[in-house]
Design a protein around this ligand. Structure first.
Ligand SMILES: Cc1ncc(COP(=O)(O)O)c(C=O)c1O
Length: 319
């Protein structure tokens, strides 16, 4: 269904309203101080099966509940409340195409940066066409001069809006200097992640990614790729510290995340990665990932929540 941007339907405070009527108090802690936690969830339309699949909803909601808890929010939405709002608002828009859903839990009202409540939520589905030629061009990245936030200041595990100031500084500096994006090192000088995505490298046929203790978001795409690479490609996957020089001499590198999916990197700080072309392992992981999200990879239906079907009947999808 085509709706102009301002008439798309949004779920806010338990109601489904056009975006133009979904207002937030400008004095609320979320508006003033970025007091919100959120998830970016992708849903993929399978034309043959005439079904829209939300990808790894349970894992997104576990992470969102953990973010609410760590953020000391006064109320934690249940798994069922989180899921039902998403299904209702997608159905209200009748989306039958690939979409991205922004589900944000925020501190509303007139409090300050330390307020715990009132807790409110909006759920905004946004049509998101995938780039068909996503593998055609790899990214040119730099190592950022900005350090990744760490667990003892603003934890990258909490998916809070304010964390993206760190990403913004790194991304904007990179673009200003002629790169496509940045890779951040953590407070120990080890490779952490990209500005909005996790990082993998390939060396001698082994897939390597920084551990979750390296100041990264506990990425759902990262764990998806680890599982697919081990089970479907029989690859050795190591979660280990990566130095910046490991990046310069690796054979392949790519970013991954719900938004970027799998995005190759072909140059870091002016060093050509591998042959300077998109690597074979990156290509195979990209293809596997896409077949999983569209519900075309047998054995991975457990990761999909069909929106238009009665989801409660799908055993093991929602707990
Ligand atoms: C900083 C950062 N790292 C990693 C990711 C990838 O996480 P996920 O795969 O759960 O989308 C994201 C995506 O939101 C991100 O913002």
């Amino acid at each position: 269904m085509n709706r102009d941007e301002y008439n798309r339907l949004i779920w806010i405070s338990g109601k489904i309203v056009p975006l133009k009527d979904a207002t937030i108090n400008v004095l609320s802690p979320t508006a003033q101080f970025g007091a919100n936690v959120f998830e970016g969830i992708r849903c993929y339309w399978n034309d043959t099966k005439q079904e829209l699949y939300a990808f790894r909803l349970v894992e997104h909601y576990v992470r969102l509940q953990n973010s609410m808890k760590m953020f000391r929010m006064g109320n934690i939405y249940s798994m069922d409340e989180l899921r039902q709002g998403l299904i209702d608002v997608i159905k209200a828009n009748n989306y039958k195409e690939d979409i991205a859903v922004r589900q944000t839990v925020f501190i509303d009202g007139f409090g300050s940066w330390h307020s715990k409540e009132p807790v409110n939520m909006f759920i905004a589905p946004i049509p998101r066409k995938r780039l068909e030629n996503s593998l055609d061009e790899g990214l040119r990245c730099c190592i950022s001069s900005w350090e990744r936030i760490s667990d003892n200041n603003i934890s990258p595990k909490v998916k809070v809006g304010a964390n993206y100031i760190n990403s913004r500084m790194a991304h904007m500096e990179a673009v200003e200097n002629g790169y496509d994006s940045a890779i951040l090192l953590n407070n120990h000088g080890k490779v952490a992640e990209g500005t909005g995505a996790c990082l993998f490298i390939v060396r001698d046929g082994v897939l390597i990614t920084p551990p979750t203790s390296a100041s990264i978001l506990e990425s759902i795409t990262r764990s998806t790729i680890i599982e697919l690479a081990r089970k479907e490609l029989n690859l050795d996957v190591l979660e280990m510290e990566i130095n910046r020089t490991d990046l310069y001499i690796c054979d392949e590198a790519f970013l991954c995340g719900s938004a970027v999916e799998v995005k190759p990197i072909i140059n870091i700080d002016g060093y050509t990665i591998g042959t300077g072309q998109v690597g074979e392992i990156t290509k195979r992981i990209y293809e596997l990932y896409l077949s999983a999200v569209y519900g075309e990879l047998q054995g991975y239906e457990k990761w999909l929540t069909p929106i238009y079907q009665d989801v409660d009947r799908i055993e093991g999808v929602i707990t």
